[in-house]
Write a protein that binds this ligand. Structure first.
Ligand code: KG4
Ligand code: ZN
Length: 336
């Protein structure tokens, strides 16, 4: 089954063609970092406009690179939410237009569902497993029972880990997007130079909180330290916290396999820390290839395929009029 996936929830215009949920034939991503960089963050209106311009070009390129035509596509899949409403609408309209014209089914996908299945492109996954999802908008731990069945075990009470990377990068004058910039700067720094800590969240051993760390970084900057030292010390405490909570959850729920997903899973320091912890505690740790960690449409095509495969006769795959974009879409809308 050939699936064309579309992702436009934030500042990446992405289209991919995937066969059977695992075999990626093409994965085209037009990043908009150049326009948002000057504002230090994503400007929603500019993102929507750029998606409109990019979409026809990227869609043609994804089909071309896959060596297929639109008529070969059996299923369309598109991110319905969460994300920027105007940006989501561009992808949704494109997907509806193509599916409608070709009389093919269209599977609406939750963006995080895409991130959670992305590791399947590189690994055979064991179910159930524990997924640490660390992106710009979310930081959560999930019990994943199957390709369409997942339950949240813990989440952040305030900022997401990626958001903390972006905000700290801005404070350190390192540019946008912040994660890769902080990781680069940290390579030259001493991670013990600034004694950052993250306090436990009241009432939960698994939930996260990263907002206090921003204030600590702001305070530390007043003493004129080396930027690289602050970056390295910040990255150390974020990695240690993510690793500690994940290992704790694995012990509590008896998981043997851990998947790290989302944009921050591209971070080498986090991967190394999680690998070390895995060796120590007898856990298998896997993550998607970097291109499938950050936003992409291959993961959306895969998630759409798994949803559709559950019940191909479900009328919702043909309910184009009833399908809308939802900025705050809960993951429970897809998990069973
Ligand atoms: O998953 P993603 O592409 O988009 C969301 O769904 O949010 O994640 C983007 C986030 C950004 O905050 C970005 O700074 C962070 O992932 N990120 C990283 C790295 N690459 C991207 N954070 C740390 N280290 C990286 N190498
Ligand atoms: Zn994402």
């Amino acid at each position: 089954m050939l699936v064309l996936g579309i992702e436009t929830s934030c500042d990446e215009t992405a289209v991919a063609v995937v066969r059977g949920g695992v075999n990626v034939l093409s994965n085209v991503i037009a990043s908009q970092h150049d326009i948002h960089q000057q504002y230090g963050g994503v400007v929603p209106e500019l993102a929507s406009r750029r998606h409109v311009e990019n979409m026809p070009v990227i869609a043609r390129e994804a089909l071309g690179r896959a060596g297929v035509t639109l008529n070969d596509i059996d299923l369309f899949a598109v991110t319905r939410g969460p994300g920027l409403l105007g940006a989501l609408l561009v992808g949704l309209s494109a997907a509806k237009g193509m599916a409608w014209a070709l009389k093919k089914p269209l599977a609406p996908v939750h963006h995080l569902h895409g991130h959670i299945v992305a590791a399947r492109f590189n690994h055979e996954l064991v179910y159930p497993h524990l997924c640490l999802l660390v992106s710009g908008g979310h930081t959560s731990l999930y019990k994943v029972d199957g390709p369409v069945t997942m339950t949240e075990l813990a989440s952040t009470r305030d900022d997401a880990a990626g958001e903390a990377f972006d905000k700290v990068a801005k404070m350190l004058g390192l540019g946008f997007p912040g994660g890769p910039a902080v990781e680069r700067a940290a390579k030259e720094g001493d991670e013990k130079a600034v004694p950052f800590t993250i306090p436990r969240v009241k009432g939960s051993a698994l939930d996260f909180s990263f907002s206090g760390l921003k204030t600590a970084v702001r305070e530390a900057m007043k003493k004129n330290p080396r930027v690289a030292d602050v970056a390295a010390s910040f990255q150390r405490v974020v990695t240690n916290t993510l690793v500690a909570h994940t290992v704790r959850a694995a012990a509590q729920f008896d998981f043997k396999e851990i998947v790290i997903a989302g944009g921050v899973a591209a971070n080498g320091h986090l991967r190394a820390g999680m690998t070390r912890a895995g060796e120590e505690h007898g856990l298998r740790v896997v993550w998607p290839a970097p291109v499938y960690c950050t936003d992409n449409a291959a993961m959306i095509a895969a998630a759409g395929y798994f949803l559709y495969r559950e019940n191909p006769d479900d009328p919702r795959w043909r309910d184009f009029n009833g399908l809308d974009a939802v900025a705050n879409l809960p993951l429970e809308t897809i998990a069973r």
